[in-house]
Design a protein around this ligand. Structure first.
Ligand SMILES: Nc1ncnc2c1ncn2[C@@H]1O[C@H](COP(=O)(O)OP(=O)(O)O)[C@@H](O)[C@H]1O
Ligand SMILES: [Mg+2]
Length: 322
C-alpha cells in the first residue's frame, strides 16, 4: 500500500497572545495584559502540525522572513515533526505576525502578513508533487501571491494524481472575491465554517448557501462551532454534533484542528461519517488547551486526552474504511 503523504500549502506567522487584559485598548492610553504567550500561529501551520501529531507524514510549503520569528516558526514546525524543506526565506519581507487580544470567548486580532504574501504558485514543489498523495491549502484571501489562478493550481495538482482540500478562512477585506465555480470542481473537500460560507455566497440562510455551492463541490463540509458540522457529497448529506465538554480554554485553531482530523481520516480512506466525527473530535480537543496546537503533542497523548476528557476510545476509528 502506498504511504499517504500530505503537503500543506499556506501562510506562516507567529501568534502573540495577550490575555487577561484590563479593558479595551484606547488611542493615546496604555493598558496592562496580565498574561502573554508567543506561539506558532497560522491556520495552515496548525493544521499541518496537528496532522503530523496524528501520525500523518506532513510537509509544509510556505514563506517566512529572515528574522527571529521566521526561525522560531521553522523550529516549531520541525519540533512537531513537520518536514520544512519547502519553507523558503524571503529576503524582502519580514515574517508574519498576528497580535491576538483575548477577551473570554471573543478575541480581537491584528495581522501583519509580511512574507506570506510573497508565496506564489512557482514556490510549490512541482517536480516533487507526485511524491505526495494529498494537498491542503488554507487561508486563501490573505495570500495575495497565491490567489491569482487558484483554479489552475488545483487543476494541475489534481492532474498529478493528488486529492485536494481547501479552507478559505475569512476575507479580512470582506470582498469574497473567489471564483468558486471555476475552482471547486478541482477541490475534493471544501471546508469553510458557516459564517464564511454565508459571506462567500452572500445569503443569510445556510441551506440557501449550501444549495448555491454544491453544484460545484465534490465534498462540502460546513464547520459550525458548538453545533458540529454538516457534510454534503452529491445527494448524500450527513450532520454530526459537536463533542461538548466542560474543559473549554479557547477556540483558536478549532477549525484547523477539525481539518487535520478530517483530512487524516480522508487520506486513510475512511467514510465521510468517520472523517466528520474524527474532525469534530479534534476540533473539540483543540478547545481544551490554549492556542491551536497545545492539545496535540503526539498520537499517544491525543488518545489519552480523548479517553480522559470525552470517554472515547480513539482506536474505534482505526479500521473503518470507505
Ligand atoms: N466549544 C466547542 N466545543 C466542542 N467542539 C467545538 C467547539 N468549538 C469548535 N468545535 C469543533 O471544532 C469544529 C470547528 O470549529 P469552528 O469554530 O466551527 O471552526 P473555525 O475555527 O474555522 O471557525 C466544529 O465543527 C466543532 O466540531
Ligand atoms: Mg477556520
Amino acid at each position: 500500500m502506498q504511504h499517504n503523504k500530505l503537503l500543506v500549502v499556506g501562510e506562516l506567522n507567529v501568534d502573540l497572545l495577550l490575555n487577561h487584559i484590563e479593558g479595551f485598548p484606547k488611542i493615546a492610553t496604555e493598558i496592562i495584559a496580565h498574561d502573554m504567550n508567543l506561539i506558532l500561529g497560522s491556520s495552515s501551520a496548525i493544521m499541518a502540525a496537528n496532522c503530523a501529531a496524528l501520525g500523518a507524514s506532513t510537509t509544509f510549503c510556505g514563506k517566512v522572513g529572515s528574522d527571529f520569528f521566521g526561525s522560531f516558526i521553522v523550529e516549531e514546525l520541525q519540533q512537531k515533526r513537520v518536514d520544512t524543506r519547502y519553507v523558503t526565506v524571503s529576503e524582502t519581507h519580514q515574517s508574519g505576525i498576528t497580535v491576538i487580544m483575548n477577551y473570554d470567548q471573543e478575541r480581537a486580532n491584528v495581522t501583519y502578513c509580511g512574507a506570506m504574501e510573497t508565496l506564489t504558485q512557482e514556490d510549490l514543489p512541482w517536480n516533487e508533487m507526485s511524491n505526495f498523495t494529498h494537498m491542503h491549502l488554507s487561508n486563501f484571501f490573505i495570500q495575495k501571491g497565491l490567489r491569482e489562478g487558484i483554479d489552475s493550481l488545483f487543476k494541475r495538482v489534481k492532474k498529478m494524481g493528488l486529492t485536494t482540500s481547501l479552507d478559505l478562512q475569512w476575507d479580512p477585506q470582506n470582498k469574497w472575491d473567489f471564483d468558486y465555480e471555476a475552482c471547486l470542481p478541482f477541490v475534493d473537500v471544501f471546508m469553510p465554517n458557516e459564517a464564511e460560507l454565508l459571506a462567500l455566497t452572500k445569503v443569510e440562510n445556510l441551506e440557501e448557501a449550501i444549495a448555491i455551492v454544491t453544484p460545484y463541490t465534490n465534498t462540502l463540509i460546513v464547520k459550525r462551532g458548538q453545533k458540529g458540522s454538516i457534510g454534503v457529497n452529491g445527494s448524500y448529506r450527513c450532520e454530526k454534533p459537536a463533542f461538548l465538554h466542560n474543559n473549554y480554554v479557547d477556540s483558536i485553531g478549532a477549525g484547523d484542528s477539525f481539518n487535520s482530523g478530517f483530512i487524516k481520516k480522508f487520506m486513510d480512506g475512511a467514510t465521510l461519517e468517520v472523517c466528520m466525527e474524527f474532525g469534530n473530535l479534534m476540533g473539540a480537543l483543540n478547545t481544551t488547551a490554549a492556542g491551536g496546537t497545545a492539545a496535540f503533542v503526539d498520537s499517544e497523548r491525543i488518545k489519552d486526552s480523548i479517553q480522559t476528557i470525552f470517554d472515547i476510545d480513539l482506536t474505534q476509528y482505526d479500521e473503518i474504511k470507505r
